[in-house]
Write a protein of this length. Structure first.
Length: 330
């Protein structure tokens, strides 16, 4: 009898453990997202006041209501967005650390940087694209020019005298593309983000800059910057009075900046589905679209699958742009 009791004891323990796991499994499966009292952090690759920052804050405010939690925005500018991208790539894929980014980190950097610290496809989970941020060419209004043709003529008179600032990969590629297509000798002056770059253009320390509309438009409206053209092949509905670079004589110039939400690789599908649905609810509201348009963003969205396909397509697009501009990896 003693022998039998010894046999039953470990078996009974195994049965109790199995029963406990069976009871715990439904509880784990029913854990809500987001969990009560747990914040979601949005990591941004640009500084406060940038186009991505201002538009994200508007979307995040409404997204927090839909998700029923607090959303914290953390700016991590520098290294063309690589600092922020690497941080998110290493985060837990639990839906509480997300990345709001643009083509800077996920389309251009693979062809601009020698030492990539993340893979733009393998290290991330696409959640939702939120729209496009058109770029425009702005100049120091003290320059004696009123058009792109005037600017080209001025820069050709004194090669090497004029400069362009950049605060993102889009600005780097736009400036280099302009110089290559127009045959100009321009000095590139890089910055960590767009706001400080614009400060130096406004002060006249740098001649010009390609900047996203949300960041540059308030300064243009205030008269401290002059806008000459937009970078897209078609005129922007937000600035219909501005010609395209192609219309202004720089044939073939066509550069657009996109914006979207990603998470670390291997995020649970149910969390991705929920986030996508809530983001799209915000983006599809007419009042939100109108307010984003006022800030210079053309808002629209889609599925995680369509965003994933778009990300892969954009790698091809930006590789071509960077090769055309003859930009070497740094």
């Amino acid at each position: 009898m003693k022998f039998a009791r010894q046999l039953r004891s470990p078996i009974a323990g195994m049965l109790v453990a199995a029963a406990s796991l069976a009871m715990a499994a439904p509880l784990l499966a029913q854990t809500p997202y987001p969990a009560p009292g747990k914040n979601i952090t949005l990591i941004l690759p640009f500084a406060a006041g940038s186009g991505t920052d201002t538009t994200t804050r508007l979307i995040a405010k409404e997204l927090a209501v839909g998700l029923g939690t607090n959303i914290v925005i953390e700016n991590k500018p520098g290294a063309n967005g690589s600092i922020a991208a690497s941080y998110v790539a290493r985060a837990e894929p639990d839906g509480y650390t997300l990345f709001v980014t643009t083509n800077t980190s996920h389309s251009a950097n693979p062809y601009l940087l020698k030492n990539m610290t993340y893979d733009p496809i393998k290290d991330f989970t696409p959640i939702a694209r939120t729209g496009d941020l058109p770029f425009m060419l702005v100049i120091d209004p003290k320059l004696p020019v009123n058009s792109v043709a005037d600017l080209i003529a001025l820069a050709k008179k004194e090669p090497g005298k004029y400069s362009y600032a950049s605060g993102s990969s889009s600005a780097i590629v736009s400036g280099a593309t302009f110089a290559a297509l127009a045959g100009l000798d321009l000095l590139h002056v890089p910055y960590k983000s767009s706001p400080p770059a614009l400060t130096d253009v406004i002060a006249g320390r740098v001649s010009m800059m390609f900047v996203d509309v949300p960041t540059g438009l308030p300064h243009v409206n205030a008269g401290v910057l002059k806008a000459l053209a937009v970078t897209t092949m078609k005129r922007s509905a937000l600035l219909p009075q501005l010609p395209t670079m192609d219309e202004a004589g720089v044939k073939g110039f066509d550069i657009t900046s996109w914006q979207g939400y990603l998470g670390p690789a291997n995020m649970p599908k149910d969390i991705v589905t929920k986030l996508n649905a809530e983001i799209r609810k915000v983006i599809e509201r007419p009042d939100i679209r109108k307010e984003l348009a006022g800030r210079g963003m053309e808002a629209f969205s889609g599925t995680p699958e369509s965003f994933d396909a778009f990300l892969k397509e954009q790698l091809v697009v930006w590789e071509k742009l960077i090769r055309q501009a003859k930009i070497e990896k740094q």
